[in-house]
Write a protein that binds this ligand. Structure first.
Ligand code: NCD
Ligand code: ZN
Length: 346
């Protein structure tokens, strides 16, 4: 069996920089046409000038003759100015601004400490410029249970934010709960949407502890219980335009994952499309796959859909145990496992 679909885009991707960038960019570029590139580098990408420089280094790291368009983002801080948003919009290469609550995840220490106290003028300018706000939707209060942080964020930040700025376009990134599904479904189409990762579609929190601690299944927001996974699967296979693929592929060197205090992040770029096809097939919803991977995201961002196609063949393949580089190994999601769907490269 073979499925031909419009070339997918990845609406949430970590490409890193330096050696790691060169190592991972070919994997994304061999399947995806465009990607929203996350700005949580060290130091973070906080200005349009930095985003333009980062974009150049991504393009330089691409294999010869490979067409792949990085859509850049800015990292919101307490000090981001409304003028920076005007510059970003004028540049034509910045497509969104990312909100990391300070301390929520990898390289978020420079993130926002007080959204309503410090960032309202910037958010107002974003609404004016039609610049989407991409949200890491978790509170950082250590007293809130880690499995409840998304739900509490919706109640304490997102609900008040949409009341205050109903015209701001918001993407709730990597949603993990039934609460997030309900919230996004309750909002106005075209203003609030959500990205969904392969790991939150196919794994529940048992996968972190299956037979021992599994660091390569640890990401943030952390995997949730099975009922939440099912709610997310139902949402993406329902045909709703509000949900689209953002892999959150987040490579870390093996030694930074397999250690006493391992980094959060799942490296899924090589398996993302296979896993999506598997989930949609299981739900009898393969006819809805293309909208999720290739239409809903570009429609929300107001960008044209891709015109090229890729093929997904129903053929088994084994995910490599590791990708090895002079600087170390990167372990992909489902390393060593056999998958049923194989995407063609372009
Ligand atoms: C991401 C990373 O490693 O940059 N990690 C993750 O677990 N998803 C950051 C993020 O998106 O939260
Ligand atoms: Zn991410």
């Amino acid at each position: 069996m073979e499925l031909t679909i419009t070339q997918p885009d990845d609406w949430h991707l970590h490409l890193r920089d330096g050696d790691l960038l060169k190592a991972v960019v070919p994997h994304s570029a061999s399947h995806f046409g465009r990607a929203i590139v996350m700005p949580n580098l060290k130091p973070p990408v906080t200005t349009t000038a930095a985003a333009m420089a980062y974009r150049e280094s991504i393009l330089k790291a691409l294999p010869a003759n490979r067409k792949f368009t990085p859509l850049m983002t800015l990292y919101l801080t307490d000090n981001t100015s409304p003028d920076e948003i005007k510059l970003a919009r004028k540049s034509g290469v910045v497509f969104a601004v990312k909100l990391y609550p300070a301390g929520a995840t990898t390289n978020s220490q420079d993130g926002v400490t007080d959204l309503f106290g410090k960032c309202l003028p910037v958010l107002e300018e974003m609404a004016k410029q039609n610049m989407p706000l991409l949200v890491h939707g978790e509170v950082t209060d250590p007293n809130v249970d880690i499995f409840d942080r998304e739900k509490v964020f919706i109640e304490t930040v997102l609900q008040p934010l949409i009341q205050r700025l109903p015209r701001l376009k918001i993407v709730m990134e990597h949603i993990t709960t039934l609460d997030a599904v309900k919230f996004v479904e309750s909002c106005k189409e075209g203003f609030v949407a959500a990205t969904v990762t392969p790991q939150h579609l196919v794994l529940n929190r048992n996968a972190i502890f299956q037979g021992g601690l599994q660091p390569h299944n640890y990401c943030l927001p952390v995997l949730k219980r099975e009922t939440h996974r099912q709610a997310i699967v139902s949402a993406v296979t329902s045909g709703s335009k509000k949900f689209f693929l953002g892999t959150d592929s987040a490579p870390h060197e093996r030694r930074k994952k397999e250690c006493p205090c391992g980094c959060a992040g799942v490296y899924n770029a090589p398996v993302a499309l296979s896993l999506c096809a598997m989930v949609f097939e299981e739900m009898g919803a393969l006819d809805k796959l293309e909208a999720f991977t290739s239409f809903n995201g570009s429609d929300f961002y107001g960008l044209p859909r891709n015109t090229s196609k890729i093929k997904l063949c129903r053929a088994t393949w084994v995910v490599p145990e590791a990708f090895s580089f002079p600087f170390g190994d990167i372990i992909p999601m489902f390393a060593g496992k056999t998958l049923e769907w194989q995407p063609s490269s372009i």
